[in-house]
Design a protein around this ligand. Structure first.
Ligand code: MG
Length: 155
């Protein structure tokens, strides 16, 4: 079996702490939160793990699965290319379809299950994710998940 490695962006590969204030309190301002995403610094440790795995990738697959809306595809790809430092294939970046309002744990499980269905000789190697609700959903599927919530942000 080949392995699928999955990385989240916000608060996993990318440090979102500087734009965190927009998600505090009763009214979360996701538009403002996402407007500053190009300014994120990466978590070097998570990038290093990505690079270490990808260096000897063989037939392994690497995808990025984010709850960000499709309208952020260009800025997200630009960020990934700048920090991962190779041309990340646009088809390997899985995002929230325009207008989709599903909870991100439901959305992400669906994306990964669909991927596995289309690639029957693959299984999940591991997933890197920060949100507890999503981590729980992945673990319920039997997928090994590393918790990357370095800042212990709750949202
Ligand atoms: Mg995240």
């Amino acid at each position: 079996m080949n392995k699928l490695w999955v990385f989240d962006i916000d608060n996993t590969l990318a440090n979102v702490h500087h734009r965190w204030d927009h998600l505090r309190g009763e009214k979360k301002d996701w538009d403002q939160f996402f407007a500053k995403q190009h300014l994120d610094e990466p978590y070097q440790a998570v990038l290093d793990v990505f690079h270490a795995l990808a260096f000897d990738r063989g037939d392994d697959a690497f995808i990025v699965v984010t709850g960000r809306d499709e309208r952020f595809r260009d800025v997200s790809l630009e960020w990934l290319n700048r920090h991962i430092q190779f041309n990340f294939p646009t088809q390997d970046l899985y995002m929230r379809p325009g207008g989709n309002r599903e909870d991100d744990d439901v959305l992400k499980v669906k994306i990964i299950k669909n991927w596995l269905q289309r690639h029957p000789n693959y299984k999940v190697g591991a997933i890197f994710e920060d949100r507890h609700r999503i981590i729980d959903a992945f673990r319920a599927e039997g997928w090994y998940t590393f918790e990357c919530n370095q800042e212990r942000l709750e949202y």
